[in-house]
Each structure stands twice: as C-alpha cells, then as structure tokens.
Design a protein around this ligand. Structure first.
Ligand code: HEM
Ligand SMILES: *[C@@H]1O[C@H](CO)[C@@H](O)[C@H](O)[C@H]1NC(C)=O
Ligand SMILES: *[C@@H]1O[C@H](CO)[C@@H](O)[C@H](O)[C@H]1NC(C)=O
Length: 326
C-alpha cells in the first residue's frame, strides 16, 4: 500500500467499501443459477423428472408445491424450515394455522431429496429443491418459465410462532392487510397482486371460504350457491371439503383467476379484495386483458420472493433428510 500515491490509496479504499456495501446490501448476492454446475450437474433434470411424475399422478400436487415454497419464504426466509417435522423436542411450522391440515407435497420433496442424495450426497439444499420444484410445477401446468437462482442453505430452526400469528396472509384479510403482509417481506403491491395469481391452480378447504360464500355481498350469487353445495354453513361440518380456487381451469396456470375476480367469482374473501373497488382494481383489469403482463410480473415477483433472506455461505446446513436436522 505504501508505494501507492495517497489519492490512489484513498480511492481504492472507497472502491473496497463500495463493493462491501453492495455485497451486504443485497442478501441475494450469493444466489446463482450455476451454483450446482460442478457439484451436481443433473440437479435441474432430477427435480423436473420427479415433479413431472408427481403431477402426472395428481395434478393438484403442482399447486401444493408452489404454495409450500411461498410459505417457506415468508416465514423467516427461503430456508426449508417449513419441511421440518415436529418431534418431542422440536416444534416446526407444519401445525401453524395456515399449514395445519393444509400444507402438502412433502412426499414429493422427500422423493426428490433421496434421488439427489443418491447422485450428489450432501450437496443440494431442501430450500433450493422447493424453489426449483415450484418453478417446474408452474411450467408443467402451462405457466411461464424462469431461471431459478440457487445456493440457499437449510435452516437449523423453524418459527412456529411467526407462521401461526400473521406473517402468512389470512384469507380473511382486507386489502390493506394483504398489502402490509407482503410489504413486511419486501414485496410490493404489484408483487402481491401478481403472486396471488398462483390461485389459478389448486384447491381450498371449506373452512377457508365459508364466510365469503354465506355472509358476504361482493360475490356472484350463482357462484356462491354452487360453492355452498359442498361447503355446509355450520362451522365444524365439512370443514375439509375442497373447491377449486380457479372455477374453470384449476390445473392450468393462466390468467383466469383474474377474469373470475372481475365477475365476482373469487373463492376466498382475500381473493375478491384484489378487485373490490380499491387501489388494485386496475392491475387486476390489466392482468385479465394481458396474460403476458401477468406472466412477466409473476416471474419477477417469484424471483424476488425466492431471494428472501436465504441462508448462504457457512450459514445453516445442507440437510440429508428434509424433515430433520442433520
Ligand atoms: C395474497 C395472500 C394469500 C392468501 C390470503 C392465501 C390464502 C390461501 C388459502 C386460504 C388457501 C387454501 C388453503 C386451504 O384451505 O387448505 C390457499 C391455497 C393456495 N395458495 Fe394461497 N394465499 C395467498 C397468496 C398466495 C401466494 C403468494 C401463492 C404462491 C405464489 C399462493 C399459492 C397457493 C396455491 C397454489 C394454493 C393451492 C394449494 C393446493 O391446492 O394444495 N397463495 N391460499
Ligand atoms: C392441527 O390439526 C389437528 C387435526 O385437526 C388438531 O388436532 C391439532 O390440534 C391442530 N394443531 C394445532 C397446533 O392447531
Ligand atoms: C383491515 O383490517 C385490519 C385488521 O386486520 C383493520 O385494523 C383495518 O381497520 C381494516 N381496514 C379496513 C379499511 O377495513
């Protein structure tokens, strides 16, 4: 250093500091599409093969995998914490209200993990498996493709309390609350509306939409009556009866979810909040008319959600079994 003139010395300190801030400022800096290129070159093919076979057996599983990734990323970051089983000494997130009797797809993650452990043991994280499997699910069901950045590591902890108390959005939420729940994860209003388009696939239990179909006015009455047939009004009866979130094309990833919202056929109270005379009406309108705009905003928001507080470098671990700590 001493041989450099003072001005160069100062400017190199400046450059070093600027680089440091850049690294610290973006927590996703270490995620990289090529992270497994050398250590596990077949990771993407392996995940895709298992997801394809699972979806061909049961199309809903694609929706379930996508939702698992969302619930993983919201509760303290995309770190595989949702996959951990409860034990006598460990309370995981699986029985938190939004997940209990609802989150599913864990067997598919197990199947992917065991294939990957056979070809490259101890290399691919469960958190990355979730990220790749949800992208594959969207693509297999006819939605847009994107490159998944990887390099996440698995948590050694879970957060039941956060998962159980409002970090995950509730179907009873109003628009203001939905916006703030996503903002708390660094996601914008546009991200929230685009990500909600995930409800173009999958199903919900009667208990999640009973109040909306019996007690609310901002719902098409014919649609409400159809949904009431398999969802009794009495709390505790038929709670787990299922209905498609997207009335017409529940196994096809398209923009039909938004088309239903503008004719008041949203299944959840929270769905209909996105088109109920408020600030997000115009974006919902846009997505009904422009599927390309939906696809590109959905992809951008999925990437952003996937960058949420990943563990990297020496943090966490690479679990051998996604259900338990090493
Ligand atoms: C905007 C706030 C959101 C709320 C209030 C919400 C709420 C819900 C509820 C209540 C269910 C039904 C659960 C059940 O009854 O078992 C559900 C299902 C689902 N959600 Fe969301 N969700 C939201 C956002 C998202 C996001 C951001 C994604 C993914 C990017 C997503 C993906 C899904 C999928 C795919 C299903 C169907 C799962 C299956 O069939 O197994 N949701 N959601
Ligand atoms: C989860 O659901 C089961 C079965 O309905 C129930 O017995 C249990 O109390 C629920 N767990 C929590 C933490 O609410
Ligand atoms: C939205 O819901 C929150 C509680 O979740 C409540 O405090 C707020 O008053 C509600 N806002 C509107 C506009 O209804």
């Amino acid at each position: 250093m001493s041989q450099h003139p003072p001005s160069l010395y100062l400017s190199s300190i400046f450059v070093a500091l600027a680089l440091l801030f850049l690294l610290i400022g973006t927590s996703s800096a270490q995620l990289d599409e090529n992270f497994y290129c050398k250590k596990c070159p077949n990771v993407f093919d392996t995940v895709e093969t298992v997801v394809k076979s699972a979806v061909s057996k049961e199309q809903r599983i694609g929706a379930s995998l996508l939702r698992l990734f969302f619930h993983d990323c919201f509760v303290d970051g995309c770190d595989g914490s949702i996959l951990l089983d409860d034990t006598s000494s460990f309370k995981g997130e699986k029985t938190a209200a939004p997940n209990n009797n609802s989150a599913r797809g864990f067997e598919v993650i197990d199947a992917i993990k065991s294939k990957l452990e056979a070809i490259c043991p101890g290399v691919v994280s469960c958190a990355d498996i979730l990220a790749i499997a949800s992208r594959d699910s969207v693509v297999i069901l006819g939605g847009p493709f994107w490159n998944v950045k990887v390099g996440r590591r698995d948590s050694r902890t879970a957060n039941f309390i956060a998962a159980n108390t409002g970090v995950l959005p509730s179907p009873a939420s109003n628009l203001t609350k939905l916006i703030s729940t996503f903002k708390a994860q660094g996601l914008s209003v546009k991200d929230m509306v685009a990500l909600s388009g995930a409800h173009t696939i999958g199903e919900a239990r009667c208990t999640s939409f009973r109040n909306h179909i019996y007690n609310e006015n901002n719902i098409d009455s014919t649609f409400a009556k159809i949904r009431q047939r398999k969802c009794p009004s009495t709390v505790g009866t038929g709670d787990n009866n299922l209905a498609n979130l997207d009335l017409q094309t529940p196994t096809h990833f398209d923009n039909n979810y938004y088309k239903n919202l503008i004719i008041k056929k949203g299944l959840l109270h929270s769905d209909q909040e996105l088109f109920n005379g408020g600030s997000t009406d115009s974006l919902v309108q846009t997505y009904t008319q422009n599927e390309k705009a939906f696809d590109s905003d959905f992809v951008a928001a999925m990437i952003k959600m996937g960058n949420n507080k990943p563990l990297t470098g020496g943090q966490g671990e690479i679990r051998k079994n996604c259900r338990r700590l090493n």
